[in-house]
Design a protein around this ligand. Structure first.
Ligand SMILES: C[S@@+](CC[C@H](N)C(=O)[O-])C[C@H]1O[C@@H](n2cnc3c(N)ncnc32)[C@H](O)[C@@H]1O
Length: 397
């Protein structure tokens, strides 16, 4: 790339220290002193997922009204019940053979959505229960514990998988779904250098002098380029010599969702037959850098409030970025998936509630449940900010 030179030390790799008694911020400082500035995605990964002390390893109470943020699941059981309407309609299309069919959830957190979905199927579609398996893709032992406690009633049909690779060994037929998982996966954080016409990567370093304990942003000198497999999906949108680059403001922040793309590709490969479904906040802009969001979309949350400093208190605040649905969609299609739904959550849930099974469900709602539904579909609440992507593995009926 023209004019780009190396000035900062390269990012270090490696994992955090082993001693669980050492707080996360101290471990990260020690790691930076040892290895040099950490790439943002490494910092985010450590802050959210360090075993035992990462943000998502803490007690499950931080999702919901009393916690740091709420999700469609924590709004109430209506989300899970409507999702169950959709999931069972897909299983009906799949048809029953002699093999089990699967509903598989990733990012199941405390198991609440699983309990809502299984409860609805048992109550409304008992005909589907024989031969139905519920899989949970869960790398964390601690979260598995929360899920097992919540799902004790369903112990004989729930099965946990450490990873998508382990799930792929089963080659399931069914639906693999995730609510608000992709936004919680680490992103590469990049800054546009207009003078040099290149992307440079944001790192986390330590300050100097009196600030030696403070985490600080540091822009790497190395020009950054997407991986070849992502270049194709970006279709030139991030190309420093492409036509769009002239419109990029200096310093434009772009969060490239490398981990989410890998997750989606792997998920597509894990299914033998069936669907991939994700619901999350984000948008369908062209895919790649968003010049209309010059500061990027990364946010930190604590007690329902957005916090100003992404680097503060690692492990104690949620870190999240909008999902680039256009790129995720293309990644699935490149992996052989066919897109069936790509639209805002509000429209999708409203259509579902209008199907015969959805109408039967909605007719039974009380005032509290009707309010939950409105929260999920109203454009000012979760209806427009949240999107749905449903893709089908070719060859299913
Ligand atoms: C924002 S929370 C959403 C929780 C829940 N799905 C809901 O909607 O309330 C994201 C969850 O995904 C989990 N997660 C992150 N990476 C994961 C992975 N690779 N596989 C499975 N779950 C993961 C996190 O630990 C966390 O529990």
């Amino acid at each position: 790339m023209p004019g780009c030179t190396t000035s900062d030390p390269p990012a270090g790799g490696g994992g955090p220290g082993e001693n669980a008694l050492v707080p996360l911020d101290a471990r990260l400082r020690e790691r930076i002193r040892r290895e040099g500035p950490l790439r943002w995605d490494q910092f985010m990964e450590a802050a959210l997922y360090t075993p035992g002390i990462g943000y998502y390893e803490r007690e499950p109470g931080h999702v919901g009204r009393a916690g740091d943020f709420y999700t469609a699941v924590s709004v109430g059981a209506v989300f899970g019940r409507l999702l169950a309407v959709a999931l069972t309609a897909l299983l009906d299309r799949l048809g029953r053979g002699s093999e089990p069919v699967w509903l598989i959830e990733a990012g199941a957190h405390d198991g609440r959505l699983a309990a809502d979905v299984l409860g609805w199927v048992a109550e409304q579609r008992p005909d589907l229960m024989p031969g139905l398996r519920y899989g949970v893709v869960e790398p964390s032992l601690r979260r598995r514990g929360w899920q097992a406690a919540r799902l004790a009633r369903w112990a004989d049909r729930v099965e946990w998988f450490d990873s998508l690779a382990e799930l792929a060994a089963v080659a399931p037929r069914g639906v693999l779904f995730a609510n608000e998982l992709l936004d919680a996966l680490p992103v590469r954080r990049l800054g546009w250098d207009a003078a040099r016409r290149c992307w440079r990567e944001w790192h986390v370093a330590l300050g100097e002098g009196a600030d030696v304990e403070r985490f600080e942003w540091r822009l790497g000198g190395e020009p950054w380029q997407p991986r070849p497999e992502d270049q194709a999906l970006l279709a030139g949108a991030a190309d420093p010599d492409g036509p769009l680059a002239a419109a990029f403001p200096d310093g434009l922040v772009w969060e490239h969702p490398e981990a989410a793309l890998d997750w989606w590709r792997q998920a597509a490969g894990a299914l033998r037959e069936g669907w991939l479904l994700t619901l999350d906040y984000g948008d369908w802009h062209g895919g790649g850098p968003r010049p209309h969001r010059p500061q990027g979309t990364l946010r930190a949350f604590r007690r329902q409030r957005q916090e100003p400093d992404l680097l503060a208190a690692p492990g104690e605040q949620d870190l999240t970025a909008d999902v680039d649905f256009a790129l995720i969609r293309r990644a699935g299609e490149a992996a052989g998936m066919v897109t069936e739904v790509a639209e805002p959550q509000g429209e999708w849930l409203t259509r579902l509630a209008g199907t015969p099974a959805g109408r039967r469900e909605a007719e039974g709602w009380d005032a509290r449940q009707r309010r939950q539904f409105l929260t999920l579909v109203h454009p000012e609440h979760m209806g427009r900010r949240f999107q749905v992507l449903l893709q089908r593995r070719m060859g299913t009926g």
